[in-house]
Write a new protein. Structure first.
Length: 401
């Protein structure tokens, strides 16, 4: 009996060594690629099995951490978030046992990123704050500045636009001190998103273009493409159709080949906006329905709410009242659950459009007044004030008729 157990333990040891050898082989295969996204997409499950093996012991933590850093940024766009929270949580636990402070900070940031994507803003902020403190203790200004720009977008989503802009500029000041193009690119990318969502299109476009140039200088095509997505979104609002046509086919092909569902959905959403602004409502509906289908695979609430809102607006234009109401109510509900006051009020304003064309005057007034009251909490932000002014004018116009 004892011999049998000994043999089993020996074979288990050999098997584990073989698995670790395979894990190291997978890590080398990524390192050999200029752009590892294709090989990660093809062998994703094999990479995860290698990661699971390396996370089974503190002795192989370095291998596990290297694997995480090699595939995390690509896999983040696959929206495989629940599994990744388990992997990152286990890695964080081992790093704490080993007192590996730098690795702890990195893992906290990555967990924060996932919670942000899942729209769990409380946990996202907690993990970013923990990481921020770690970076300060380590005197890691690059890591600290990176956290500032992440917190900026989070605060903006909660209605604190001014704080978000201030944090991005603080990150840019640090980037200039360090002469760090990567930190600057991150800050400009997030700043472009904040400006775009606050309807400051000129500053949004300028920031996105600066992010794009910094990423190109860093020879980082993946993130350069993310900056280009923001540029396309603003072009759609500005009516720059020729520029959009020049890049859209290439971008679509890139995202389909890489399996980047999240960014492909964002592009479809932006192309829908371009079609809508050209009053091509059938094309806009098709783009937005495809974006919604893609988002059903990744369940990212904030982006999903924007797509619901857009579909509600286009169905209102197409006189498909029931569908329009369903889509807009979905958008209102999600924005409210996320604490996104501005977009909640904006979706209510769009819902009021639907009630207006249906001739439902009483509910039209009630919906606008509800949106106006909610905006009071963020009345110090320019886009909120603009929307409040629009609502005031609409209510006054209806009162005088």
């Amino acid at each position: 009996m004892s011999s049998s157990i000994s043999d089993r333990e020996q074979w288990q040891t050999i098997l584990r060594q073989q698995k670790l050898t395979n894990a190291r082989r997978w890590l080398k295969s990524i390192a050999a690629q200029d752009d590892p996204s294709a090989i990660i997409a093809k062998d994703y499950e094999n990479f995860l099995r290698a990661l699971e093996t390396s996370l089974q012991s503190a002795e192989t933590f370095d291998l596990a951490f290297q694997l995480i850093q090699s595939i995390y940024f690509t896999s983040l766009d696959y929206a495989d978030w629940e599994r990744w929270l388990i992997y990152l949580g286990k890695a964080l636990e081992i790093s704490q046992e080993l007192e590996r402070e730098p690795e702890q900070a990195t893992l906290l940031v990555q967990m924060g990123d996932i919670y942000y994507r899942k729209a769990d803003l409380i946990k996202a902020e907690q993990h970013y704050d923990f990481a921020s403190k770690k970076f300060q203790q380590l005197k890691n200004l690059q890591g600290y500045a990176s956290i500032l720009s992440k917190l900026a977008v989070l605060y903006n989503q909660q209605g604190n636009m001014n704080q978000g802009v201030a944090l991005c500029h603080e990150a840019l000041d640090i980037a200039e001190t360090l002469n760090d193009g990567w930190v600057a690119a991150q800050a400009y990318l997030n700043l472009s998103l904040i400006y775009f969502r606050s309807r400051n299109l000129a500053e949004g476009l300028s920031s996105a273009e600066k992010a794009y140039e910094f990423y190109k200088k860093q020879d980082n095509p993946k993130f350069a493409t993310k900056a280009l997505i923001n540029i396309v979104a603003i072009w759609a609002e500005l009516g720059n159709w020729q520029a959009i046509d020049a890049v859209s086919d290439e971008l679509l092909t890139t995202f389909v080949q890489s399996g980047d569902i999240r960014t492909l959905s964002q592009l479809k959403n932006n192309l829908g906006a371009a079609a809508f602004n050209q009053e091509n409502y059938q094309a806009a509906e098709a783009f937005w329905q495809e974006a919604l289908r893609l988002h059903s695979q990744i369940q990212e609430p904030a982006e999903q709410a924007h797509i619901f809102n857009n579909l509600g607006v286009v169905y209102t234009k197409m006189a498909e009242w029931d569908t329009a109401g369903e889509m807009l109510q979905n958008a209102v509900s999600i924005h409210k659950s996320l604490g996104d006051t501005y977009n909640w009020a904006n979706s209510l304003d769009n819902l009021a459009d639907l009630y207006e064309v249906q001739g439902e005057t009483a509910v039209f007034h009630k919906t606008l007044k509800k949106a106006y009251a909610g905006l009071q909490s963020i009345a110090d932000t320019p886009h909120a004030r603009q929307l409040m002014t629009t609502i005031e004018q609409r209510l006054a116009a209806h009162s005088s008729t």
